[in-house]
Design a protein around this ligand. Structure first.
Ligand code: TRP
Length: 471
């Protein structure tokens, strides 16, 4: 069966960047950067991208393109249909599927906020009214199920179009629009929030803040999440790439765009909040309560709110399509048509997304030992499945994939120097797996955050903790 191919390398880069650039970049990265004190955390994050994120992303792309199959198909192609490594592929399919069920709920909230800013609802609203608004939105069964259904429907419609007519066509338009809005919002911050803008830049690049050792865990976990690695999305997109494109350059470009957008999001958000002397809140409060209130105060406030939520929605949509594409590609590789595969997967995701969408209602608020369905899915994917998937991919590409095949694929279409290949292989074989194992030990409770703080604080230059280890 013809699985489809990207029309050009640029199309591949835009689609992969679309998958990577998502809610994580615009919403989560700014607040974890704020909580971890700014400049030093940014540098630490850049190191994590360079030493772990980028190598793992390239490993996924190499595996996908060499076999021209999705996560399960690639393993079958190399190790046979009975290989236990198929479990790694299944894990990716399951993780993508699970992630879409809660990602869609947040995207649904964004959709509601687009409508609300369009009808001018935010004009003149008080801060407390934003909290009430969000609380009532999050606990409304209809709005949540409706919003996530519309988001899923749009993602399915694009995936049904196929690689060229669906994913590529939309990402080719949506990604430049997304980056354009981002640049405009950034320029706007520079001029209309000039004081906040300089505070933001200072905060992001100054080395004064205190960095705790366990920030490294957060930086790494987020690098995985942000680059969409560890669940076969980059592998699947790589499998639609023809053999003449440069994978090494593409991976570098995708990681660069992803990081660039995350940093711009920080500038936009910090300029407004630091400029207004407001705390950068965390989690849902930041994007759905504090920001729209502060944005609304500016001149052209409604336009800024509208642009920001459209930006967030586009980022979510281009990630959502890759979350659907991974499980759909699994069925396509099994011989089903694209239409059948997409509709089966879409139907299943829709069913599981309902309890996620109802998670804000009192009845569904705490079903799993105090956690809602939404939290359970989110934590399962972000804490365990992504790192585990990443670890397995490193080990598979590093040790199981035949040497010749790996090397061949790395250099096909690329003029990368031999030394980079050697460095990449060392990172994929040893460094990345080791670091991921450490993250997992922390999540499983074998190494505590405090232990991290005392091991790493002197290295990371945190003066306070240094004192505590050398009394
Ligand atoms: N990278 C996305 C974001 O930053 C989230 C994400 C993680 C993702 N893994 C993925 C998206 C796999 C698509 C496919 O929001």
């Amino acid at each position: 069966m013809n699985r489809g191919h990207w029309g050009s390398r640029l199309a591949f880069v835009l689609a992969a960047a679309g998958s990577a650039i998502g809610l994580g970049n615009i919403w989560k990265f700014p607040y974890i950067t704020y909580v971890n004190g700014g400049g030093k955390f940014v540098i630490l994050y850049l190191f994590c991208i360079l030493l772990v994120g980028l190598p793992v992303m390239l490993a996924e792309m190499i595996l996908g393109r060499s076999t021209q199959k999705g996560p399960v198909g690639s393993v079958e192609h190399i190790s046979g249909k009975k290989s236990g490594w198929r479990g790694m592929g299944m894990l990716g399919v399951f993780a993508s599927f699970s992630m879409m069920t809660f990602y869609g709920v947040v995207a649904g909230w964004v959709l509601s906020y687009i409508v609300l800013s369009l009808i001018g609802r935010f004009n003149g609203m008080q801060a407390s009214e934003f909290s009430t608004l969000f609380t009532s939105l999050a606990s409304s069964p209809w709005l949540n199920v409706g919003g996530s259904t519309v988001f899923l429907g749009l993602s399915l419609a694009i995936v049904l179009g196929g690689v060229k007519q669906g994913l590529e066509k939309f990402c080719n338009v949506l990604m430049p629009v997304l980056i354009g809005i981002m640049v405009l919002l950034c320029v706007n911050s520079m001029f209309s929030e000039s004081e906040g803008f300089s505070k933001a830049i200072k905060f992001m690049f100054s080395m004064d803040g205190e960095l705790k050792g366990h920030a490294i865990l957060e930086a790494l976990g987020h690098a995985f999440f942000s680059l969409s690695i560890g669940m076969g999305a980059m592998l699947t997109y790589g499998s639609y790439m023809s053999k003449d494109g440069d994978l090494v350059k593409s991976a570098v470009l995708v990681a660069f765009l992803d990081t660039f957008v995350a940093l711009m999001a920080c500038i936009i958000i910090f300029s407004t909040l630091l400029g207004h002397g407001v705390e950068v809140g965390q989690s849902v409060g930041l994007v759905f309560q504090t920001l729209p209130y502060e944005f609304a105060k500016a001149s052209y406030g409604s336009l800024i709110n509208l642009s920001f939520f459209i930006l967030l929605f586009l980022a979510a949509l281009t990630s959502g399509i890759s979350l659907v594409e991974v499980p759909a590609a699994y069925l396509i590789d099994k011989g089903y048509t694209r239409n059948t595969s997409t509709l089966i997967i879409g139907g299943l995701i829709w069913i599981i997304s309902i309890p996620c969408a109802l998670s804000g209602t009192p009845e569904w608020n705490a079903v799993f030992g105090g956690w809602s369905f939404f939290d359970t899915m989110d934590n399962m994917v972000s804490w365990y499945l992504l790192p585990l998937g990443g670890l397995l991919i490193c080990l598979y590409v590093g040790f199981v994939m035949p040497d010749k095949m790996r090397k061949n694929e790395y250099f096909t279409g690329s003029s990368s120097a031999q030394i980079f290949y050697t460095v990449w292989l060392i990172l994929v074989r040893f460094i990345a797996p080791m670091i991921v194992v450490v993250i997992m030990l922390n999540k499983l409770g074998f190494i505590t955050n405090q232990e991290f703080d005392s091991y790493f604080s002197s290295m990371l230059g945190s003066s306070k903790s240094q004192e505590s280890i050398t009394p």
